[in-house]
Design a protein around this ligand. Structure first.
Ligand SMILES: Cc1cc2nc3c(=O)[nH]c(=O)nc-3n(C[C@H](O)[C@H](O)[C@H](O)COP(=O)(O)OP(=O)(O)OC[C@H]3O[C@@H](n4cnc5c(N)ncnc54)[C@H](O)[C@@H]3O)c2cc1C
Length: 380
């Protein structure tokens, strides 16, 4: 489908990412999944594409501008290349970098941002706890003031990039005042009292490290508080918007991948004396996938246009996320069906994409929580 918002710059950016993925990522995605990691030099190569630089000032190594269409195009291309696992391996940065730029001290920004934006170092966002991820207002990790320091105690889990990241943006409770008692902290991984263990054997995203983090009397200087005390919940919610939009764009790309693979296979595979694509049932599956993808793409474009105009369409982002993951669920299932046994084999990109459906439907705000948010935004 023609994108009415595409211009030369956006097309050039998308092409650059696509060429990079074709040459440097696609040939290795399966091996990296089996190895459980991507080489560190890939972090830097992906950083060099500018993927982490949107909205980050040039003095901190960023691009010095933001463009939601370009952000979305990058995520979509990773999804379309069936490289979600590699994208997750580097992606802790994308969801933790904005609070650092917005709220960290000048000294920290100069020290951290160029390293993280370039991919030389890693950063992660740590919100989810063993007791739950959906009910952010109820998080339990606490941060008690002690003179010029805060002392953190508690645990976070499911943290993307958590085993390798050098810096963490951590939500912690500074008072018992519900969602008004939550603050954000910057915690370097070498802080005494910080430790982590790997979560192994996930359903998907095998190339991405996921960790449980422990804070055991972990002392950070008071200046490591990101933003105002008690304003962390709002900062977390604002930060979620771009994470969710990025996930929806990635899901759009993953759905397109399923369609691409289905069409290619259906044209080649012969059954009952003719190519699969000639059977009406298969043609209808292709039509359904294509229609859902077009609708999702139009939605993503609409939201990107609004975001570029300075709006933050919270309800639309929430709705697009569950619409997107339902689209992906449908497309991955139909693609697997069209590929038949071949799609069920390890190493097939449709099989890998199928295994990544649920993390997109749960992570960054689950389908249920997105529906709740959408209805709340309707004033109901
Ligand atoms: C691979 C992976 C990577 C992740 N990376 C990160 C990361 O980098 N940083 C981070 O902070 N978190 C991360 N997460 C955590 C993720 O954000 C949470 O898993 C998610 O928010 C859901 O939280 P939960 O798993 O604790 O489920 P719960 O909150 O316990 O919910 C369980 C189920 O109940 C549903 N549910 C909950 N409340 C309601 C309700 N009121 N009504 C109806 N249904 C409800 C949920 O939708 C879910 O389906 C990651 C998760 C995974 C799997």
């Amino acid at each position: 489908m023609q994108n009415p918002f595409e211009n030369e710059e956006r097309r050039a950016y998308r092409d650059t990412v696509r060429r990079f993925l074709e040459a440097e990522v696609k040939p290795h995605t399966d091996d990296w999944d089996e190895a459980g990691e991507i080489p560190w030099e890939m972090h830097e190569k992906i950083g060099a594409l500018g993927i982490f630089g949107f909205g980050i000032e040039e003095q901190y190594g960023g691009l010095g501008f933001d463009d939601c269409f370009m952000r979305a195009a990058g995520a979509e291309e990773f999804g379309r290349a069936a490289a979600g696992s590699a994208f997750a391996a580097v992606g802790g940065r994308s969801i933790s970098i904005a609070p650092i730029q917005l709220f960290a001290s000048e000294e920290w920004k100069q020290k951290i941002l160029p390293e993280v934006v370039s991919g030389r170092m890693g950063s992660s966002l740590a919100i989810t706890e063993p007791s739950g991820g959906s009910d952010v207002a109820n998080l339990k990790t606490n941060a008690k003031r002690d003179g010029n320091h805060f002392v953190l105690n508690g645990s976070k889990t499911f943290i993307t990039g958590g085993m390798k990241s050098d810096y963490f943006v951590v939500g912690a409770r500074t008072s018992d005042n519900g969602l008004k008692g939550i603050s954000l902290f910057l915690v370097p991984a070498d802080t005494p009292g910080f430790s982590r263990t790997a979560i192994e054997r996930k359903m998907g995203w095998w190339a991405s490290d996921t960790a449980t983090l422990y804070f055991d009397d972990c002392r950070v200087p008071a200046e490591n508080m990101l933003g105002e005390e008690g304003r962390g919940f709002m900062a977390i919610m604002n930060n979620f918007n771009m994470e969710r939009l990025g996930m929806t764009a990635q899901v759009l790309g993953m759905s397109k991948h399923c369609l691409d693979e289905s069409v290619a296979w259906a044209q080649e595979r012969q059954t009952f004396g003719q190519p699969l694509i000639k059977h009406q049932v298969i043609r209808h599956k292709i039509a359904d996938m294509s229609a859902k993808i077009d609708a999702l793409e139009a939605y993503v474009n609409q939201i990107c246009w609004q975001a570029n105009e300075g709006e933050m369409p919270v309800a639309e982002i929430a709705k697009s996320k569950f619409l997107g993951t339902k689209t992906l669920e449908f497309c991955a299932s139909e693609a697997m069906q069209i590929l038949g046994g071949a799609g069920y084999l390890r190493g097939n990109s449709v099989e890998r994409t199928y295994r990544e459906v649920k993390v997109m439907a749960i992570g960054g705000g689950s389908e249920e929580i997105m529906r709740d948010l959408a209805v709340r935004e309707m004033g109901l």
